[in-house]
Structure formats: structure tokens, C-alpha cells
Design a protein around this ligand. Structure first.
Ligand SMILES: N[C@@H](CCC(=O)N[C@@H](CS)C(=O)NCC(=O)O)C(=O)O
Length: 363
């Protein structure tokens, strides 16, 4: 075959992210649907738990986690420009937006899918798992499989009490991103980078392609819908990232929203992680959740699980910060002050995290 194979689904959040990246990168790849047989024969035996997307390299290496998929293709192909910005503050902001897209925009994505597109999602899940079955059978199969994903809503913090805040926040986010796109075609300038691929996660499958959500996006923020189309298609852009390691001012409202909404949830999760990690030895696998935290979005409060995976994406953010020299750090600090993210300067995991056997573990 010679190329990469991406096993995933059109309906999946993280497959969209990997697909947009691979298209942009321009490497030969095929995408195959993650049918029941693919889960049974490839994903479960190699990865150990049911998750997509999974990629195989031309050498047959099995890769899971979209950050690893991107990192492995970047390292193998050594093409330019790189997906991850090369200058320090842009790299830091790309990792921040990566954390936001992967681990916080899940709330609006999952809410809109399951509150406004439920039957459609069941039909899609069924068609993916059992392409040969009748529509009625697919719906039933999809309903069974879809429960696992719908069941994630309370874990993420999507409840009757938080939904009004999630909707207010998402609509405001669309306005902020539209204003940014008036000035810049992509998040950090005139071409896509890691942050754009990460934003495709929530903004393509759930918030653009699901019919009711797509209608909302096209009505409220046609410019965002246009960006989804370009970025998902793998367009290379018209130029480069902003010169001089600059961060567009128009991103600041989005970063401030992240600091207001996501950061407090990370602080609470970290508190539980500290207690857990104090007792655990190196190599111990992390549980997926560490107990209950509270999330607050635009004045609406509700419980959520303290999910551990966001701490891993957070570690990439603080690593990017810690790698800066004094000049870059001063610019990053000024940005953090403006978006009310100053606590991030000193917020560090008490113990490092690694991925072992496709699971998160203490280093
Ligand atoms: N951090 C992972 C997340 C992958 C992920 O959550 N995939 C979803 C579908 S889009 C899934 O299969 N979830 C199953 C689960 O989390 O149990 C990545 O970046 O690849």
C-alpha cells in the first residue's frame, strides 16, 4: 500500500481533526470506516480499548491519539511548513487552543449533537457499524452504540442546569471566531496549523455536519462555516503564520473565554490529581476520572467528572511555556495578563504524565 490508513468515521470528533491534518500535510493516506470488524480485529487487540481514530503507518505501526498521529507523521515526513508553529509564543498558543478544542469545546459539540440531532446520530452510528444492515436495523444498532457517547454528557458537565450557559457561550464563541476570521483566514495567520486541526474536532463532525447544528453555524457564523470547509478540505492557505511570532489580537477574546471557563475546571481536576498522585508510584495508570468537580459556564453551574486526559494536553501547554527564553516568556506573560490567564505561569502538574500502551500513566 505504501501509505497511511486512518480508521475512523465521518461522524467522529477526533477523526475529523486527524483527517484535516493528513489532507493538509498532503501525504498519501486512505480512510477506512471503523466498523465492528475493525474494532474487533485491529483496535481492541492493538490499542486495548475502543477508541477512534486509529492510524497505521506504512510500516504497520498502530498509532492512537491524534497528537501522536500528527507527531509521528511530522517526524516521518519532515515536510515544511511544520504543523506545530516553530516560534515560541505561537507554539504555546497553538497548544493552548489544542487543549481548548480537544477538551472543552467537547461540551457544546456533544450538547448540540445529543440535544438537537439525536435520531440522526443514531442512524449515522448504525450505518458505520453495520453498513450492510437495513435502515431500521442500523437505527437500533446505532442507538445501542450511541448510548456510550450520549452517556458522556453528564461526565463532561452537560446537564439541564448548564445547557443555557453552554449555548450562550457557544454563540458568543462563534461571534468571536467570526470576528477573528474577518482579519485572518486561519487561527495564527494565513495558513492552518495544529490549532486549526484541533478546532476541526468540535467544529466539523458535530457542529457543522450534524444537520441542526450546521444550520445554526451557517446562520450565525457563515464565516466559521467557510473556515470549517477550507480547513477540513486540507487547503494549504495563502501564506504563512503571522511574522515575528505575533499572536492575533482577535484571538484574545477566545483565549479569555478559555481561561474563564476551562481553566477553573483544570484547577479543580489538578487538586484531585495531586491527592491521587501523592500515593501512586511511577508507571501507575491513571483512572479516566478522579471524582466530581463543578464547572461554570456563563453563570450556569453543574457537576462534571474530573477527567484526567485534559491534564496531559495541559502538560504540553506548560512544556511549551517552560521552553521559552526570557524574551518570548515576557511576551507570553503579557498575553496571559491580558486574557486573565496569569495563574498559568506557575500552574504545573506535581508529577509528569506519559502515555504507555495507549493509556495515561505517571512517568
Ligand atoms: N485523545 C484522543 C481522543 C479520541 C476520542 O475521544 N475518540 C472518541 C471518538 S471521536 C472515542 O472513540 N471515544 C471513546 C471513549 O473515549 O471511550 C485523541 O486525540 O485521539
Amino acid at each position: 500500500m505504501g501509505g497511511y490508513t486512518l480508521y475512523g468515521a465521518e461522524v467522529s470528533y477526533f477523526t475529523g481533526k486527524a483527517r484535516a491534518y493528513l489532507r493538509w500535510r498532503g501525504v498519501p493516506f486512505q480512510e477506512l470506516p471503523a466498523t465492528q470488524a475493525v474494532y474487533r480485529d485491529l483496535i481492541l487487540p492493538n490499542v486495548g480499548w475502543p477508541v477512534i481514530p486509529v492510524m497505521t503507518t506504512p510500516d504497520g505501526e498502530v498509532v492512537q491519539d491524534t497528537a501522536d498521529i500528527i507527531a509521528i507523521v511530522e517526524a516521518r515526513e519532515k515536510l515544511r511548513p511544520p504543523a506545530l508553529p516553530e516560534t515560541p509564543v505561537q507554539r504555546f498558543v497553538a497548544e493552548l487552543l489544542h487543549l481548548y478544542a480537544d477538551e472543552w469545546l467537547t461540551l457544546p459539540a456533544m450538547h448540540y449533537r445529543w440535544s438537537y440531532n439525536e435520531d440522526w446520530a443514531y442512524a449515522e452510528f448504525g450505518a458505520l457499524s453495520a453498513p450492510e444492515a437495513s435502515r431500521a436495523e442500523q437505527y437500533e444498532i446505532g442507538k445501542k452504540n450511541g448510548q456510550r457517547f450520549k452517556g458522556a454528557l453528564p461526565i463532561l458537565g452537560v446537564h439541564a442546569e448548564t445547557i443555557p450557559g453552554i449555548e450562550t457561550s457557544y454563540e458568543a464563541f462563534l461571534a468571536e471566531f467570526s470576528a477573528h476570521l474577518e482579519a485572518h483566514p486561519y487561527l495564527l495567520g494565513a495558513r492552518p496549523c495544529l490549532a486549526d486541526f484541533a478546532f476541526i474536532g468540535p467544529l466539523y463532525a458535530h457542529l457543522y455536519r450534524d444537520p441542526a447544528s450546521g444550520e445554526l453555524m451557517k446562520r450565525l457564523a457563515p464565516r466559521v462555516a467557510g473556515w470549517v470547509e477550507r480547513t477540513h478540505a486540507g487547503e494549504t492557505g495563502t501564506g504563512d503564520l503571522l511574522a515575528g511570532d505575533a499572536i492575533p489580537e482577535t484571538l484574545e477574546p477566545i483565549l479569555a473565554r478559555q481561561m474563564r471557563e476551562q481553566f477553573p475546571a483544570l484547577v479543580e481536576t489538578m487538586r484531585l490529581f495531586e491527592g491521587w498522585a501523592a500515593e501512586a508510584s511511577p508507571g501507575t495508570f491513571l483512572p479516566r476520572g478522579l471524582g466530581e468537580i463543578w464547572v461554570e459556564i456563563e453563570g450556569a453551574r453543574g457537576p462534571a467528572q474530573a477527567r484526567t486526559f485534559p491534564l496531559y494536553r495541559l502538560q504540553a501547554v506548560t512544556d511549551a511555556y517552560d521552553a521559552m527564553d526570557a524574551g518570548a516568556r515576557a511576551r507570553a506573560d503579557a498575553l496571559l495578563e491580558r486574557v486573565r490567564g496569569a495563574p498559568l505561569k506557575t500552574f504545573r502538574l506535581p508529577k509528569r504524565l506519559v502515555r504507555t500502551n495507549f493509556r495515561l500513566a505517571l512517568a
